[in-house]
Design a protein around this ligand. Structure first.
Ligand SMILES: [Zn+2]
Length: 131
């Protein structure tokens, strides 16, 4: 290998080193972008978990209706009066109270109950009341 051959090898190596440095820089940028993305997703995950944290206070209960309802768990010290939540809405991460038809309730008489969320078709008739 003569002078030009050696010079060519040196030049080629320099170009290769330049390419490697360029690739490293690109990889560094991509890694930094991925780190930012992971941090953002972790933050969103925490936010979403906080939004549905209320679900931990409820348990699915078969209270002898056609459909199960969610009731506050015995571990939950809720300030709310006894209530039922719509199981359909719960499954969709929405907290929707089941409401009876307004008016006086005669104990033992069945009442029509429906989900308080507009568009939800959950309804049933029962003489039971949340306790
Ligand atoms: Zn509902």
């Amino acid at each position: 290998m003569g002078f030009f051959g050696t010079a060519w090898q040196v030049l080629k190596s320099a170009v290769d080193i330049g390419r490697i440095a360029e690739s490293q820089s690109e990889l560094h940028d991509e890694f930094a972008a991925l780190e930012k993305r992971v941090a953002r997703l972790e933050s969103e995950d925490i936010e979403l978990r906080d939004q549905i944290a209320w679900k931990d206070d409820y348990e699915l209960n078969d209270i002898g209706l056609e459909v199960p309802v969610y009731t506050p768990g015995p571990w939950c010290e809720s300030a709310d009066s006894p209530h039922w939540l719509c199981a359909h809405c719960y499954d969709n991460d929405k907290k929707s109270y089941l409401k009876p038809t307004p008016g006086e309730h005669i104990i033992g008489q069945p009442r029509y109950w429906s989900c308080s969320r507009e568009g939800c078709k959950m309804d049933f008739v029962t003489a039971r009341v949340p306790n």
